[in-house]
Design a protein around this ligand. Structure first.
Ligand SMILES: Cc1ncc(COP(=O)(O)O)c(C=O)c1O
Length: 367
């Protein structure tokens, strides 16, 4: 049995007619930039998340950078975030000349440990970026109350959490601003790169929109410095089709996670933990094992792929480590050594999960 880590071909086969016709419509219209599908998709996202504003852009990375620029994050500022995330979360902070200040993670959820945030705040701190890692919400309420107390902004990095709910409300619309990604392998993925910025604040909305369009409201008048960050009409047309299926797909992922957890409940692995304040949409199904390399090689010999999200916490990444010299974050460092992700997508079959789980048990044994 040959299994894919993510099988986008299987998904395309289920919606081929709708996608092909949406793509053909854009090509026939030749409105490749800022076609009507972009505004339609912004509207669909705003209503799905119950967000006042939603602005499409070129990637999740740009979405983060646009949020930070709209909040005037400058050289010398500090932004608190998690070390256990995709590089873009902190890369964008550093690109603006600010300093990412890492707070260790919670060993169960792998999200930022809210009990350690306050100790990291200094007079230079301007914002906090919690990441809803792997599809589970960070504990937003305490983060938002700490931010209010210290007059800081909160930007949600919701790149892995389209449809995740925190205390019954969809993440992405719960803080000052939020960024998400539609990278092809995301729960809601397009056929290239694109992203979205969300905000509930009118002044920020005006700035976000301008920054994504070269700092301009009126053609050829540039009031502030901005970026060229647009979502292609083709991607918006594809996403307009795909967003209709997101709840069904997220449920299928959760069902697959349940099957994995049932089969692996006695295995010598640490399974994903779901906090009571969040649901989990399993962008990744990640387990922890002692002999990760051994298990990955054993699975590969049986045609089962796996991946490591993430092998190096950001405070140890060569590109940034000079910004966090001497910093030790024991939980993130431990988790980074043990974590590995298993194949996860809505179309993964029960038979495939059974095969993967039995192969894992064959290698790690039972508790
Ligand atoms: C947590 C997180 N933040 C930001 C990004 C950046 O998104 P993109 O790849 O669309 O630039 C990603 C995507 O991989 C991500 O997982």
């Amino acid at each position: 049995m040959k299994i894919a880590m993510v099988d986008l071909k299987k998904q395309y086969a289920t919606i081929k007619d709708e996608i092909d016709s949406a793509v053909n419509e854009v090509i026939s219209s030749t409105q490749f930039i800022l076609g009507k599908q972009v505004g339609e998709f912004e509207g669909a996202c705003a209503s799905y998340l119950n967000s006042k504003y939603a602005f499409a852009c070129a990637s999740g990375t740009d979405a983060l950078q646009i949020c930070l620029m709209a909040l005037d994050i400058k050289p010398g500022d500090e932004v608190i975030t998690t070390p256990f995330t995709f590089v873009a979360t902190a890369e964008t902070i550093a690109l603006l000349g600010a300093k990412p200040v890492y707070v260790d993670i919670d060993e169960k959820t792998y999200n930022i440990d809210v009990t350690k945030i306050e100790a990291a705040i200094t007079e230079k701190t301007k914002a906090i970026i919690p990441v809803h890692l792997f599809g589970q919400a960070a504990d937003l309420d305490p983060i938002i109350s700490i931010a209010k107390k210290h007059n800081l902004y909160v930007i949600e990095d919701a790149a892995q959490a389209f449809g995740t709910e925190y205390k019954g409300k969809r993440v992405g619309a719960l803080a000052d601003a939020a960024a998400t990604s539609f990278f092809p392998s995301k729960n809601l993925g397009c056929y290239g790169d694109s992203g979205m910025v969300f905000t509930q604040n009118e002044n920020l909305a005006t700035k976000i929109k301008m920054i994504a369009a070269h700092g301009s409201k009126e053609r050829y008048v540039h009031e502030i410095l901005g970026l060229n960050s647009r979502m292609d009409t083709l991607q918006a047309a594809i996403l307009n089709v795909k967003i209709k299926y997101i709840d069904k797909w997220n449920k299928a992922r959760a069902n697959n996670a349940k099957l994995y957890s049932e089969k692996l409940c006695n295995a010598n692995v640490v399974l994903p933990y779901v906090a009571d304040f969040s649901n989990h949409i399993y962008h990744q199904f990640s387990i922890r094992v002692q002999d990760r390399k051994g298990l990955q090689e054993f699975l590969a010999s049986k045609d089962i792929p796996s991946a490591v999200h993430y092998p190096i916490p950001l405070h140890q990444q060569p590109a940034f480590k000079h910004l966090s010299e001497g910093l030790v974050l024991p939980v993130a460092e431990k988790v980074a050594k043990e974590i590995m992700s298993l194949p996860m997508y809505p179309e993964l079959s029960a038979e495939e999960i059974d095969y993967i789980a039995s192969s894992i048990i064959e290698f790690v044994g039972k508790k």
